[in-house]
Design a protein around this ligand. Structure first.
Ligand code: DCP
Length: 680
């Protein structure tokens, strides 16, 4: 299959910026007396001094490595300063590092499209800025070139003749006869040097960068000269770079694919791939991977820098190695509650700061069976629609765990309840929230409107959520990531009811993997395959929850009402999402609990949980449940809503124009719209 070389990619200016020994720098900023000293950050786990997760360049000179434990590090470098990762809820608290990463991103994003790739890595598309510089103030004509830019490493630039390296760089930047691509890269050199200096000035952090014509080459280059340096890959140097580059150094070839290339095809360097026609690679590895391999051998990558400053998911996890494995359901529940509490906090702050909501909650675990005949069997990851509120997330995550456990041990294979050891152990647990999208404009105003009228809307929202969960017998899941802020084009999908349960594979990005790995002590890429939740497996959990929820109803509603009154009394500035955020944040029913409105009870008590038609009386009932005066709905707000919902509201306003047979698609009801548990 012939592949067209992406025409424009050669003249893009892409930078990959990577912070140097990031966690160490964050700790050194907090404790300036550590600056310049060999320092390492250790994981929260005191065994043998804790595992090192970040090592300063001073400590690296003494042979201190990330794979070591604190005690080993002390052996090779007695003066090494070990700083423990901050701890909250009995586990590593990475919020300080995340926030520090955000500080850097906000600076780097000033000159072009910026993609936050992990907690400490960013891609920048500086093509427009470079073109502009070339047009207005080309480097070739500049009298002086910034010192930092002169320290750049330009691949292919011959520095071996003893000539002044900086002078060579200056000449390269000043070349008048350079081709357009090199002139653009020269602009990139200046822009990135300036951005890096700005980061240092504003945050006190150093970073390194790679500057090239695509993401793949920029990423390769950024790690070549660390710390606090930048490396440039001119087009003419690409072949030389790849010819000798061990394939395992390529981001995607560190795993099984890389091993297969080495073992089965005798490919040791990226350049070795050049000998294979594209068809041969496709035959062996499939069309897409084959083409991708053919392209990378030639340094071709059309991958765009996505405008993405925020995480695509949020995650919270913890490992329980060796004797710390969790062996009882209550022990698992205890830790799940901690993880969910952290996740919920981050979801609320994302909602608060970025006006985004997550749609999917996922539970991952690693487990073993003491009498294991099938050691390959993995604990199945489970996911379900995400409901906001710490208690709901805790409840849903626990249900997901139980579903996973039953599947893992076999339906009749063991005891999943109770506090006694049942022949299994959990060695890692994590919860994540994904499918995060901006709240559509208009939601805020409607939410405000509903909130201002009555509390019952909230119970309707919740009940609708439950309704969907019940109707499809799915349960919740969750994690952390970086996603595009695009408030103008919200993506709101309205799933068909029958497709509510989704077989999803979580899109854990590097950031999330790093985050999870630091709490799980190792970077893991596998074990995240999710599977459907079998209704049979879940039905027990659901029954259990229903009766508990019913018991807690009165308590929940009065608790909520008093909280609501209190907030109203304080005259919160409930403008836009602010009000809905406050509501999510402060409403925290007891751990078992969800609100149960009459709508919920009707559904649960009814015979057909998936029924989507309402009688006229029922519809009147729903109007009451929402507790608002239809005449007061602002028509401008109406226009912001999806057409299905507009239709629904219009049918209430004009009863004679109701849908035939009063049919209302449940997945398109207003309550569903506000529920964060829609499948996207
Ligand atoms: N991290 C972690 N667990 C890992 C790997 C990394 O917790 N297994 C954390 C600590 C690191 C941060 O992520 O400081 C960034 O990881 P990098 O791989 O980018 O490494 P550093 O920034 O520490 O060093 P370098 O300068 O080599 O990039």
């Amino acid at each position: 299959m012939p592949v067209a070389k992406p025409e424009s990619s050669d003249s893009r200016v892409i930078a990959h910026v990577d912070m140097d020994c990031f966690y160490v720098q964050v700790e050194q900023r907090k404790q300036p007396q550590l600056r310049g000293l060999p320092t390492a950050v250790v994981q929260y786990n005191e065994w043998k001094g804790g595992a090192l997760i970040a090592v300063s360049y001073e400590a690296r000179k003494f042979g201190v490595k990330r794979s070591m434990r604190g005690e080993e590090a002390k052996e090779v470098c007695p003066q090494v300063q070990l700083v423990q990762v901050p701890v909250a809820r009995g586990k590593a608290d990475l919020s300080g590092y995340r926030n520090a990463g955000s500080e850097v991103v906000s600076i780097l994003a000033r000159r072009g499209r910026c993609e936050r790739a992990s907690i400490d890595e960013v891609y920048l598309d500086l093509t427009d800025a470079a073109e502009m510089m070339l047009a207005d103030n080309p480097p070739q004509g500049m009298e002086t070139i910034d010192e930092e830019a002169l320290k750049s490493h330009i691949l292919g630039l011959n520095n071996e003749d003893g000539s002044d390296v900086k002078e060579n760089v200056r000449k390269w930047i000043h070349r008048h006869n350079a081709d357009h691509r090199d002139k653009l890269l020269a602009c990139g050199i200046l822009i990135v040097a300036e951005l890096r200096m700005q980061v240092l000035k504003e945050t006190e952090f150093t970073c390194s960068a790679g500057i090239a014509h695509n993401k793949m080459l920029a990423k390769l280059a950024s790690g070549m000269n660390k710390p606090a340096q930048q490396t440039v890959v001119p087009f003419s140097s690409v072949k030389g770079l790849l010819d000798t580059l061990p394939i395992r150094k390529m981001k995607q070839l560190g795993g099984k694919l890389g091993i297969s290339l080495q073992m089965d095809m005798g490919v040791n360097t990226v350049g070795d791939l050049l000998q294979f026609p594209e068809e041969k690679l496709q035959e062996r590895y499939g069309i897409n991977t084959g083409t991708w391999l053919w392209n990378i051998a030639r340094g071709i990558s059309g991958e765009e820098v996505e405008g993405r400053l925020l995480p695509k998911s949020h995650g919270s996890g913890k490992t329980f190695p060796g004797p710390r494995a969790l062996k009882t359901v209550p022990a698992v529940q205890h830790w799940l509650n901690q993880l969910c509490e952290e996740l919920s906090e981050r979801l609320c702050s994302d909602l608060d700061q970025n006006k985004r909501i997550a749609h999917t909650l996922t539970l991952h675990a690693r487990a073993y069976k003491s009498s294991d005949t099938d050691s390959q069997k993995k604990f199945p990851s489970k996911s379900c629609p995400l409901r906001y509120g710490t208690a709901k997330i805790q409840e849903d995550a626990f249900n997901l765990f139980q579903a996973g456990l039953r599947e893992y041990i076999g339906f009749y294979g063991g005891k999943t309840q109770g506090s006694h050891c049942s022949g299994w152990g959990i060695t890692s647990l994590s919860v994540s929230a994904s499918k995060i999208v901006p709240i559509p404009s208009g939601t805020c105003s409607i939410a405000k409107y509903f909130q201002g009228q009555s509390t019952s809307h909230f119970s309707s929202m919740q009940s609708s959520d439950n309704l969907n969960t019940e109707a499809t017998l799915s349960l919740p899941s969750g994690s952390e990531c970086y996603s595009e802020v695009n408030l103008s084009e919200p993506k709101i999908d309205f799933p068909k009811e029958e497709s509510w349960i989704k077989d999803t594979v979580p899109d854990l990005d590097l950031q999330e993997q790093k985050d999870l790995s630091s709490t799980l002590s190792e970077k893991t890429q596998d074990g995240f395959i999710q599977e459907d939740i079998s209704p049979l497996l879940l039905s027990g959990c659901l029954e259990q929850n229903r009766s508990k929820q019913q018991q807690d109803l009165t308590k929940d509603e009065s608790q909520f009402k008093s909280e609501y009154k209190e907030r109203k009394g304080k005259r919160l500035k409930d403008k836009g999402t602010y009000s809905i955020i406050e509501l999510f944040k402060s409403y925290n029913p007891n751990p078992s609990g969800s609100f149960l409105s009459h709508e919920y009870n009707r559904t649960v008590g009814g015979t057909d949980a998936s029924s989507s038609s309402y009688s006229r009386d029922e519809e009147e009932g729903r109007r009451e449940a929402w507790g608002y005066n239809i005449d007061e709905i602002d028509s401008s707000v109406m226009e912001e809503l999806p057409t299905e919902i507009q239709d629904e509201i219009k049918s209430w306003m004009q009863p004679h124009k109701r849908r035939p047979n009063n049919m209302v698609k449940r997945s398109c009801t207003i309550s569903h719209y506000f529920s964060p548990s829609k499948k996207s």
